[in-house]
Design a protein around this ligand. Structure first.
Ligand SMILES: Cc1cc2nc3c(=O)[nH]c(=O)nc-3n(C[C@H](O)[C@H](O)[C@H](O)COP(=O)(O)OP(=O)(O)OC[C@H]3O[C@@H](n4cnc5c(N)ncnc54)[C@H](O)[C@@H]3O)c2cc1C
Length: 466
């Protein structure tokens, strides 16, 4: 075995479990769900003596130093497109929009504006693709959701809405390799990057996966995220049968969405819905049950995807309970599709700056925060993946404390879950986590002295300008 990138990725807990290595070299790697409920690549006990195979696997791993980064891949894919622009946050971008689908019930059934399911259905209808690879309720009993192939609008709709849940692509990509057809792949940024890397090694994927749709991504969640929501709402983790992470609540702003869980309680299947904000795991800044790898990713907007969609977390759109997408188009064929079918959509062009603002929190964590986390790793002489962001501690003291404070929340959440599970009592999780989260939340509070100083400055300013 050589001391290569993928081995360091696995040893350092930077694996996102996408499955690219296992697709490329089935004799060396397989994808398994680990004890925390996240997919991880595992090296098989019997490994090939051929060291070039290790190197190849590293070249398709989105977190290994041997693979191309998003700027390099983006340039190959879109660098020559007429009229394309590039910036450090959006990557390449041809057109940027905010809006929603006005046709049929795509918006009602989707997480945001329904663009994901509309685009997939329209590409099928227009015969741009024969099948869509996306995440639907799983037919395997141990998991609630998994990647599946959809070939009809009904199937697409069955898969609508965001799954904040572990998923992997090895099975579905083996299917693609062995089955003729043209495909659209929907995925989070690192999964889209993985498919681009894999296509460079196995052209069959480039030939068959003709289009990619990226989802804006904060981070991936282990299955404990879903289980904890269910448990708080009265369904034991072992009995959870279904979850809708994005219930649109009537007369509430888009950001005030709910979660609906279903499962067996005393031999009867029950369903409960609650505003997400009332669940203990709701704050994406806390990042409970995230993958560690996500803290070392700098791609928020799926820069290697033909089109990226996310939530328009902007003041001018959030009050609309129906949900609104931000949309970044990189592929001219998809730009044309949006224009051709504009009567089915209510969209307006917006600036790259607005797209950035819609994900400002994500960018802070993934750029400034990442630079600081890399700096901390360097201080401890620990290996970390090479990123487009350089290690740096030129961050304000307050932000340092916040980024620092987020790191242990991952392990704390897992310890709390394990203790609660062992005690078979959800209140153990709450009692453990409440002081931990309260102490982290205090990092956002301004100190008494700073608040008084601010007040004095404001009063003085008022007197001077009067
Ligand atoms: C893990 C995760 C984190 C996200 N973080 C952010 C964020 O920080 N900011 C933001 O603005 N948006 C984020 N999103 C995207 C957002 O939640 C919506 O998915 C997006 O706005 C599309 O909504 P829609 O109504 O247009 O799509 P819909 O019509 O609901 O279609 C969504 C499509 O995506 C597919 N899909 C759902 N989950 C997955 C998955 N895990 N992997 C692959 N395909 C999937 C579905 O099968 C469906 O085809 C995230 C999504 C995920 C899955």
């Amino acid at each position: 075995m050589i001391d290569n990138g993928i081995e360091k990725v696995l040893a350092g807990n930077y694996c996102i479990g996408c499955g690219a290595c296992a697709v490329l070299d089935q004799s060396a790697y397989e994808i398994k769900l680990d004890h925390e409920g996240k997919y991880q690549a595992e090296r098989k006990a019997v490994v090939s003596e051929d060291l070039s195979s290790d190197l190849l696997s590293s070249q398709v791993c989105p977190f290994a130093d041997e693979s191309l980064n998003e700027d390099e891949l983006g340039k190959q894919l879109y660098g020559n497109v007429d009229g394309i622009k590039h910036d450090a946050y959006l990557g390449y971008h041809l057109k940027n929009y905010a809006g929603f689908v006005s046709k049929n019930s795509f918006r009602e059934k989707g997480s945001s504006g329904g663009m994901g399911s509309w685009l997939a259905s329209t590409m099928l209808r227009e015969k741009m693709v024969d099948h869509v690879l996306h995440v639907r309720p799983s037919e395997k009993s141990e998991l609630l959701f998994s990647y599946a192939v959809s070939s009809t609008e009904d199937e697409i709709i069955q898969g609508a809405k965001s799954k904040y849940y572990p998923i992997e692509m090895s099975e579905i990509l083996n299917h693609v390799r062995n089955t003729p057809g043209k495909y659209l792949l929907i995925g989070v940024p690192c999964f889209i990057k993985a498919i681009r890397l894999l296509s460079l090694k196995e052209p069959v994927f480039e030939e068959k996966i003709l289009y990619t749709l990226g989802l804006v991504c904060g981070h991936l969640k282990t299955d404990r995220f879903a289980k904890t929501i269910g448990w708080q709402l009265g369904i034991h983790p072992d009995s959870l049968q279904d979850i809708d992470f994005r219930v649109k609540l009537p007369n509430k702003p888009a950001g005030y969405y709910g979660a609906k869980v279903s499962g067996e309680v005393s031999s009867t299947v029950v369903s409960h819905t609650s505003p997400m904000r009332e669940t203990i795991v709701n704050n994406w800044g806390h990042g409970l049950f995230r993958y560690n790898a996500c803290d070392y990713c700098d791609d928020v907007l799926a820069e290697c995807a033909d089109i990226t969609i996310g939530d328009a977390w902007l003041p001018e759109y959030v009050s609309d309970e129906g949900g609104t997408n931000v949309i970044i188009v990189r592929n001219p064929r998809i730009a044309r599709l949006l224009t051709d079918f504009k009567e089915e959509l209510t969209i307006e062009e917006i600036s790259a700056e607005k797209i950035y603002q819609s994900q400002a929190g994500g960018f802070r964590h993934r750029r400034e925060g990442l630079a600081y986390r890399l700096f901390l790793k360097d201080q401890k002489n620990e290996w970390h993946p090479k990123k487009r962001v350089e290690p740096s501690d030129s961050v304000s003291n307050k932000r340092k404390k916040i980024y620092h404070g987020r790191i242990p929340l991952l392990d704390e959440g897992n310890s709390a879950y394990e203790k609660a599970f062992e005690a078979n009592d959800f209140t153990v999780f709450e009692k453990y986590m409440t002081p931990v989260l309260n102490s982290y939340n205090k990092l956002y509070h301004r100190s008494f002295v700073i608040r008084i100083a601010g007040k004095i400055i404001r009063v003085a300013r008022n007197i001077i300008t009067r």
